[in-house]
Ligand binder design. Sequence first.
Ligand SMILES: [Zn+2]
Length: 478
Amino acid sequence: FYSLLFREKKRRKIEELTEKLVTKCLKLAAALSCTVRYILFSVCRMAVDGGHGDSGDWDGRWNHVKKFLERPGPFTHPDFEPSIESLGFLLETCKILVIGAGGLGCELLKNLALSGFRHIHVVDMDTIDISNLNRQFLFRPNNVGRPKADVAADFVNNRIPGCKVVPHFNKIQDFDESFYRQFHIIVCGLDSIIARRWMNGMLISLLSYNDGVLDPSSIIPLIDGGTEGFKGNARVILPGMTACIDCTLALYPPQINFPMCTIASMPRLPEHCVEYVRMLQWPKDEPFGEGVGLDGDNPEHIQWVFQRAHERAADYNITGVTYRLTQGEEHHTVTTSACSTEVFKMASSAYIPLNNYLVFNDVDGLYTYTFEAERKENCSACSQVPQDLQFPPSAKLQEVLEYLTENASLQMKSPAITATLEGKNKTLYLQTVASIEERTRPNLCKTLKELGLSDGQELAVADITTPQTVLFKLKLTS
Ligand SMILES: [Zn+2]
């Protein structure tokens, strides 16, 4: 017993001594590293003050970037002339707008700032939610509730010397042409197709034409990144020159991917089972209380969906329902790397930009492919061709409204239709203001003839998907 006690005392003593020693060593190390840090800092300051006269730059800071800008290579643009001025343009002049400070936006801001872009603005209308913290890495728990744009800008500005991110806690619709015109390149990291289309429409409205010829100086390139589940895409849009968002609108299906009857009654794929639980079982069971929607960032919600989907798959002898499939994790890193690279290529004009649509998919294995999306001849956003609306005179206004919302190339959300009748501007239907909706609702049941619309009549349609009014020409068929 004594020998045991002695050994225990000895052990404690040794522990105590070790602890003291470690503390001393740590203190010494801290003091030393302070000195070392101070010396290093002074050296850096000297290099900066004597070298570039620009705060925040140290010797060799841009070596990696310079390698792309100051020498030719097998992949450089044929017209590219390597020069030391390109870096100056990136650092001092080039102004970038990032739309969205969420999953994609955080990555974009970090990438752009580290690539040398210093004049960056960011627009985001959201505040930080606790469920964002797992992947929106510029945010910390004590930032919850604060605007994403503000926190993201603060983080980047504090971390990356010389970088000036200007935050805007706003909707994109809060700004007009003069705001957007100040940027060299706009990058979208959005999850909303409506916002993306609005931005697209805004950049198209900035184009100017001389005798029908597009003035290239009025073009602001749009780099657009998007993710959905295991799929991602990056695209380069030169408004007025290459396919715009609305040109390829039919690529974004307005309805769900799987027919409802398949999901509900004859599932064949693991995805069908997951969709069944998400779309039908969740609203029916309300597992987390009445009216609690499915939150894709909430692990408990995902776990619940995963288990139910697993059970359903077992009932139908389907294999392959995994937690990963249920979660539908997003590929922000790949998409945003591609987007940031495109911004760099475009800003430096050192490399040929992506032409023009890159898809990325890792549902099963890994697949990536780039193709050239083509312009749509009669695109309602960028073609400058009047849009035809063909209806018989007996068609009701309701049918026109349905066409505008359901047509795959238009996909409007709450179109407001006006027409000039007998020299007066008349609102035929407007949904977004309750009093006007009530007043104009009877028009929906009237036929085009009853409304006094004739063949060739112009209809002006306003919608949240575009900042501009879209003009349609009514073609009455007999
Ligand atoms: Zn278009």
